[in-house]
Write a protein that binds this ligand. Sequence first.
Ligand code: ADP
Length: 166
Amino acid sequence: MNERGGTVVCPGSYDPVTKGHVDIITRAATNFDRVVVGVVNNPVRKAKTLFTAEERAGFITECMGHLENIEVKVFSTLLVEFAKANGAGAVLKGLRAISDFEYEFEMAQLNRKLDPEIESLYMIASPDYSFLSSTGVKEMATFGADVSDLVPAPVAAALAERLSGR
Ligand code: ADP
């Protein structure tokens, strides 16, 4: 009972990290010995990120550094290679809706083909954040909406600064 499951990788572009991500990473940290948050350097699905990989990783470290078993790293390789290089047996992602499921289903099958030893695990988003995405937050912030309930405070400040005057 209460045994935790080794090392897990929580990957994403985190552009920027939201309270939904924080929730998943925190829950991962209570269920695994070690959580490596992998910040994708150049996400394929996003033409250009608002924040650099170092900035995106920096926000997560700033907001989650108090949890001892979390490490934040930027990576530019295949996810399964990153997991293996970090001694992780599994990749853990958050699932919000059916639309997430379709994409994740495909990615899980591809990753299994690339490396059957790396397991893909999913946690259901908490109801408080199941509507929350980095894209939505950026759109809101662009039009001056208050996003302080949705993202950690340093991220809200950085969004206001980066997007003001757009
Ligand atoms: P991606 O670059 O794959 O789109 P994101 O950086 O947006 O990923 O998110 C990283 C991970 O966190 C993904 O597994 C995503 O499904 C999950 N996630 C994003 N937002 C939330 C949320 N509000 N609640 C739970 N999980 C989330």
